[in-house]
Each structure stands twice: as C-alpha cells, then as structure tokens.
Design a protein around this ligand. Structure first.
Ligand code: C2E
Ligand code: CA
Ligand code: CA
Length: 652
C-alpha cells in the first residue's frame, strides 16, 4: 500500500509550533493546561510512530518483526489515548468531573483504557488488532473496536458539552463540539481510505483550534502587568479546592489612583500600577493575581508565617510614596485574608469574602488586615441587601412613621411624642431603624429618609386632631449627616411652612458629634431654627456619645437620658447615684429631662424622685402607628389613672 505520510509530518510541525507558542508566554499551571499539553504530546507520538510505521511496513522483510509490532502498537495506543484524554479534558472544563456523572464517566474511561491497553499490548501474541502474515500486515478481529472506542469517546464529549451549556460559554461550546465532530469524520475517512493517514493531521489542526480558543495563555494573563488575572485566580481556587489542608488568600486593594488618573491622565495611572505591582512582587515567591481594578490577591499555605510577613512588608512599603514620571504619589492599602474552606468554600464565596472584607476595611477605615469571618460576610451581605431595600423605600416613600407618647409630669398628660421611622420589607420583615439608619448614613440616603420622615410628621400634625388632644410638640430625630448640611435650617423650615406647622411644635433630637468643623454648621442650623421657635434635645445622653461640654456649648432645651442609663440605674445602686447627680446637674443648667425606656412603675418612681420632667417608654406605650396613637390619646386619661394616679395614691 502507498501510504501518504506527509499529513503526519505536517501534524508534528503544527503541534511543535503550538507547543512553542504556548511556552513562549507566561502560562498558568492548571490541570486543563496539563491535559491540553498531554493531548499535543499524544498527537505528536501518534504521528511520529505513524510515519515510522510507513517505513517499517514497506520494509517488512528487512525490519525485525518485534520492531514492527512495537511501532504499530505505540501508534494505536497514542491514537486511542488522545480521545480518552480529550474526554477527560472536556469533563474538566465543563466542571462535570466532580458530579456523579463525572465519576461514572471516569470509571467508563478507566475500563476503556484497560481494554485498549490489553488489546494493543497483547497484540504481538494474541494478534487481536493486527498481525503479519508472511510479509503482509493484516487487521486482527478487534481492529475495528479501536475505532469504535474513539467514536464512543468523542460521542461522550459531544454529549457532555451539550448537557453542560451553562458551565461553558458559547464560543467554547462550539469549538469543543466542532473538534469532536470533525474528529469523528476524520476517523471515518481514514477507516475507509487506510492509506490517507489523515487523522493525526486533523487532530493537530484541532489542537491548534483548542489552543487558540480555550488554552491561549493570554486568557489567564493580565498582559499589561504581566501577572495572572481573575480567571487564573478562580481556576487556581478550583484546582486547590481538592487539597486537604486548605489555604489562605491575602487580598489587597490599592487606593489613591483617582488623583493620578485625574491630574496626570489614565496612562500615568496605568504606569503607576505597573510600578506598584513590580514592587509588590519583589518580596513574593509565587504568583500575584490581578482581580480587578486595583485589587490583587496572593495564595498562601494555610497558617503560613509568610502571610503576616508579607502583609507587614506591604504596609511598610506603602508608607513611602511611589514614583511615576518623576512625580511622587502616596497610595494606601486595604488588606484582608480569607481562609479556604473554613470561611469560603467555593470560588464564588472566595470572591464574595474578598469584596465584602475589603469594603468592611474601608467602612471601618482600617489599614490592618481584616480577617474575613462568615459572620462579618453575612452582616455585610445583609447590609448590601438593606441598602438595596432602602433605595426602593426612598423611591416609593414607603417608610412609616410611628409615634411614641411622652408623659409630662408638669402637664399631667401625654403632651409630647417621639416620631420613629419604620421600615417593613416583604422578605426581611421589620428592619429595625438601629440597623438601617447607620446604613442610610453611609450610603447617603439618610438625607432623603430624613426628608420623608419629616414630611410625614408634618402631614400628620396638619391633618389630625392631635393639637386638640393636648399635643404640644413632636420630637424628630435628626442624623448628624443631616445636621452638617449648610442649608438644613432653610430646608426644614420650608417643609414646616408648606404644611403650616408652627415651629414650636417641633423639637429636634440630635446626638453628639466630635468634629469641630461639623459643629460649626450644626450650631448655625440650631441657632437659625431656635430663633424661629423650634427647640432641640440632646439624644442618647449618658451613653458615652454625649457629655456635659456638649450641653454647655449648644443651646439645648431638653436632655434625653438614654434607656440604657435608666435600666442600669434600676439594678445598680452606684449607677442610680450617678443618674441622680446627672439629673441634678442637667436641671442646674436650666434644661429639662426626658427619661427614655421606662418599662416599670419602679422606674417611674425613681425618675419622679429625681424630678425628671418627661417619661417615655413601654410602661405607657410602645411607638404606635398614627391612627392608634390618636386612639391612645383619646383614652389617655384612663391610662394615666391606671398607671400613675391610682398607683401613686396607693403608695401615699
Ligand atoms: P432613639 O432615638 O434612642 O429612640 C428610642 C428608641 O427606644 C426607639 O427605638 C424606641 O422604640 C425605643 N424605646 C422607647 N421606649 C422603650 C422601652 O421602654 N423599652 C425598650 N426596649 N425600647 C424602648 P427604635 O424605634 O427602634 O429606634 C431606634 C433608633 O433609631 C432611635 O433611637 C434613633 O436613633 C433611630 N431612629 C428612629 N427613627 C429615626 C428617624 O426618623 N431618623 C433618624 N435619624 N433616626 C431614627
Ligand atoms: Ca431619639
Ligand atoms: Ca436614645
């Protein structure tokens, strides 16, 4: 037979070129890369031995028979293994190797591998695949089965690809399928025209296709920084996830690029990033991964001492400026570390943990390494959800305002109330303001939340009969973020004017802040509103956020003693003494006292003896929706009689 071996020579050349291209670039050491290179090596082996077999078969009379067996058996082994390895490769890239499906397929592959090894390696003796009769090469009874095995493997590949559509993108799906289909056609052609020796050439072309679309090292590379990218990081996590000991990821985000981008151009920003990365790599033995933007990650062995050492080195390095185009730029660094699998057990969880821990570092303004914990991540995720809910609630103005009655000893009536915001979500249910107000303060929505609340309070005061029911004023909480808006006083007065609410009907509650520049604006807002007739109360007094200086410095009318202070004075003699002195001190400054969190009659007695003017708490009523609050006021006399006058009378 006249074999055409030139295709095989071309196949060898193609595989060598692809291998050369692959190794010429920084390549990511992954399992899929290893399998890919194995496929290339098998194609080269099959082609080389195919070419040799052309020579040995045409010179059967001069070449020793054992050598002919060796050459042809090696060819068949390499040929069949190519498709088995391709199948394993497909299982890996479709991520179906860990599923029960993958396990079954692996068993089938092992059986097939055993079969072809047995059939081929015993051929010199059992003559199952081929044999020599005189000087003639003949097919054995199981020769066809080797082709059938290749078809089964390729059919398995196609089935796996088509049933894993979500795990693999369209481009990769088409490429891998086309490779399998063309291989089937090529094997059929070679089966019919034995002398063509086409199959390895086609395999080599397909190997090139695979390189171009799936295994191009560039896919895993950040070319500008010449380090691995996010895709490589995620792949590395998957590769390492089988390891028993686990590992720790140290991630960091570099801050301060806005300045360079803004004043020196984005080009300089990129140059600077390259300078920084080069520096960061100096102290690193392994690979640094560029996640996105200015976020990077490095993978350490679990509990490795190097983590702390490297983090310390990074912190130290970022104290000094970096230089770009002869300009010194100061950058800062947020760091976090995440344990796998204790804190994050999948690549998605790992990314999530890194993102939320770095955000946590920013929120806490921490330059230390934030150690990711499941709780912190969950908390952060809940915050993100609440932030999203808040946006919707602001858009739909779907906050409610409840009113908690405040009893005045002087008026012998519930002549005031505190307005408290309420947020209800269909999925999370009631979200306490203690939880969502700080989030709204962080994302800036507090200004709109405050507006909605104030509108609702004014609307309520305008439309209801509360003034007839003895209400003299309503206390409205102001966040410090609101208080430091220069024109807050104008804004609030405009709203009160719109609803024609007399200014003296509003008392604003504020909690102390520490920044003096903010205090100037707060003072300006307070003075303007007070001049118009509003009053101010200092909230949460006694919690450590409010101190006496604050009372001296600012024109407050009222002091709200925090509920925690009331509660500790109830159980603790010393705390009671402190409260007694605090109350006396406040009164001596000419301010009135509202005691919060009054839950028992004993507390009423205690606070009365300290001459607190106002009481607020569950003992009288929880915060109520507007209609129930009106109802409460209508029955107030009964409540006062039952809860106060009758019980006080019994005592005397
Ligand atoms: P706060 O200003 O100290 O409000 C008093 C809180 O104590 C309210 O909680 C009230 O329901 C609760 N409380 C009153 N009496 C008792 C009692 O006897 N026992 C117990 N256990 N609790 C009592 P709420 O409504 O959950 O509000 C929590 C915090 O959220 C408020 O603390 C305030 O800082 C903030 N907040 C509420 N509404 C607004 C608002 O409209 N704007 C702003 N900026 N903050 C608000
Ligand atoms: Ca308050
Ligand atoms: Ca309070």
């Amino acid at each position: 037979m006249n074999y055409i071996y030139h295709y095989d020579l071309a196949a060898i050349l193609i595989c060598i070129i692809v291998g050369g291209l692959f190794y010429s670039k920084k390549h990511f050491p992954s399992k899929s890369n290893r399998l890919f290179l194995t496929i290339g090596a098998l194609i080269i082996t099959a082609s080389v031995f195919d070419v040799i077999s052309v020579f040995t078969l045409t010179h059967i009379d001069t070449v020793p028979i054992w050598f002919n067996y060796l050459v042809n058996c090696t060819f068949f082994l390499a040929f069949n293994c190519t498709y088995i390895v391709y199948f394993i490769y497909i299982l890996l890239i479709t991520e179906r190797n860990k599923e029960p499906y993958g396990k079954v397929v692996k068993i089938v592959n092992s059986v097939v591998l055993l079969y072809i090894n047995f059939v081929i390696l015993t051929t010199p003796w059992l003559k199952l695949v081929f044999y020599f009769e005189g000087n003639e090469y003949k097919h054995g009874p199981l020769h066809v089965s080797l082709y059938v095995v290749a078809f089964i493997m390729l059919g398995g590949c196609i089935f796996t690809i088509l049933t894993s559509k979500r795990k693999i993108n369209n481009m990769h799906l088409i490429t891998t399928c086309v490779i399998a289909v063309i291989s089937i056609v090529a094997i059929l052609v070679q089966f019919v025209w034995n002398e063509l020796l086409l199959v390895d050439f086609v395999a080599a072309l397909l190997f090139f296709m695979l390189f171009h679309s799936l295994q191009n090292p560039d896919e895993y590379l950040d070319k500008e920084l010449d380090i691995f990218n996010m895709k490589a990081f995620l792949q590395k996590i998957v590769n390492l996830s089988g390891k028993k000991r686990g590992f720790t990821v140290l991630a960091f985000e570099i801050e301060g690029f806005q300045f360079v981008d803004q004043f020196m151009g984005v080009e300089s920003g990129n140059d600077l990033l390259a300078v920084v990365v080069k520096d960061c790599l100096k102290e690193l033995k392994g690979d640094l991964y560029h996640l996105d933007g200015t976020k990077f990650a490095y993978i350490f062995d679990k509990n490795s001492k190097e983590i702390e050492e490297y983090a310390d080195w990074l912190k130290w390095r970022f104290v000094t400026a970096f230089r770009v185009n002869r300009v010194a730029v100061n950058l800062s660094l947020r760091l976090c570390k995440v344990d796998f699998p204790e804190v994050a057990s999948t690549r998605e969880e790992m990314l999530n943990a890194i993102t939320s821990s770095l955000e946590q570092a920013k929120e806490e303004n921490s330059y230390d390494v934030i150690e990711a914990t499941k709780e912190a991540i969950e908390k952060h995720q809940r915050s993100a959800i609440i932030s999203h809910i808040l946006k919707g609630a602001v858009r739909n103005k779907s906050f409610d305002v409840y009113f908690q009655p405040i009893y005045s000893f002087e008026d012998r009536a519930f002549s005031a109330a505190e307005a408290l915001v309420r947020l209800q979500d269909p999925e999370l249910g009631f979200i306490p303001p203690d939880e969502f107000i700080p989030i709204a303060e962080q994302n800036g929505l507090i200004l709109e939340v405050g507006d909605i609340v104030f509108h609702k309070v004014c609307e309520f005061l305008q439309s209801s009969e509360v003034t007839n029911l003895g209400i003299r004023y309503v206390e409205v909480n102001l966040s410090m973020v609101q208080c430091i808006q220069e024109d807050l006083h104008k804004h609030l007065k405009a709203i009160m004017d719109r609803y024609e609410i007399p200014y003296h009907m509003i008392d604003f509650e504020v909690t102390e802040t520490f920044s003096t520049s903010d205090n100037r604006i707060l003072m300006n807002n307070m003075s303007n509103l007070i001049d118009s007739g509003c009053t101010f109360a200092v909230d949460d007094y006694g919690t450590g956020f409010s101190n006496a200086d604050y009372l001296i410095e600012f024109p407050f009318d009222l002091v709200k003693i925090d509920k925690s202070v009331v509660w500790s004075a109830t159980d603790n003699e010393k705390a009671m003494k402190v409260l007694e002195h605090t109350a006396a001190m406040i009164r001596s400054l000419g301010l009135k006292i509202v005691a919060e969190g009054v839950e028992t009659f004993e507390q009423v007695l205690m606070l009365r003896s300290m001459r607190c003017e106002f009481l607020q708490g569950y003992y009288f009523s929880k915060p109520l929706p507007p209609d129930q609050y009106i109802e409460f006021l209508r029955n107030a006399e009964v409540c006062i009689k039952e809860k106060l006058t009758d019980r006080l009378a019994m005592l005397s």
